[in-house]
Design a binder for this molecule. Sequence first.
Ligand SMILES: C[S@@+](CC[C@H](N)C(=O)[O-])C[C@H]1O[C@@H](n2cnc3c(N)ncnc32)[C@H](O)[C@@H]1O
Length: 204
Amino acid sequence: MNKIVHPSLKVKVHNRDGYFYTHKDLVTDHIKIWEPLLAHLIGKPCDILEIGSLQGNSAVYWLNNILTHDESSIMCIEPFGRTKRVPDRELFMENIKKTGYSNKVHLLEMTSDNFFIKNKLGTWDVIYIDGSHEAEQVSKDCANSLRLCKKGGIIIMDDYKMRPYFADDNIGPRPAIDEFLLHNEDKLEILHKGYQVIVKRITT
Ligand SMILES: C[S@@+](CC[C@H](N)C(=O)[O-])C[C@H]1O[C@@H](n2cnc3c(N)ncnc32)[C@H](O)[C@@H]1O
């Protein structure tokens, strides 16, 4: 798809349904997997924790499709440190504003480690792990997310099949996720294993 020049930020962006992103679509391929697994949450109070929000692509999807109840919310953990050349923060803010649901969004500009240090308890319905792709960090994010996920809640781990070449440390999320699944097999039901891994927490 051709890019246009953003009217005020002067960077080239894709216009996808009126939302502007400098990057490719990160959501559409997953929707057919997500929809049946998350359908029970639509229209009910639901809280999503998202680790890694970038320009808001996935957050916009959650807001428009899953978090439809007035009391639903999303907490976005995003340090915005990627690069100075791309205005990730500005695009995130603009895209969230366009949804009309800014009131449901709590943005914490910090790393997941800093978030988890300060937040020991949690009852999240869905946790989307899409932050660092470094194996060691993915390992920590998975373990911490399990701690904060409610019984019956869902954890989505992205980039399980990402080629290590593209991962931050040339190892990537896969071994970390495999170890997490093995170590917690009594606590988890695997709902999907493909490019992403999706699990349900089955114990308190
Ligand atoms: C693949 S992008 C997220 C894409 C987003 N979920 C979407 O679909 O639109 C990964 C993001 O994780 C963020 N990130 C990297 N390390 C992180 C960490 N330790 N904690 C939280 N976020 C992190 C990066 O700044 C980047 O914006």
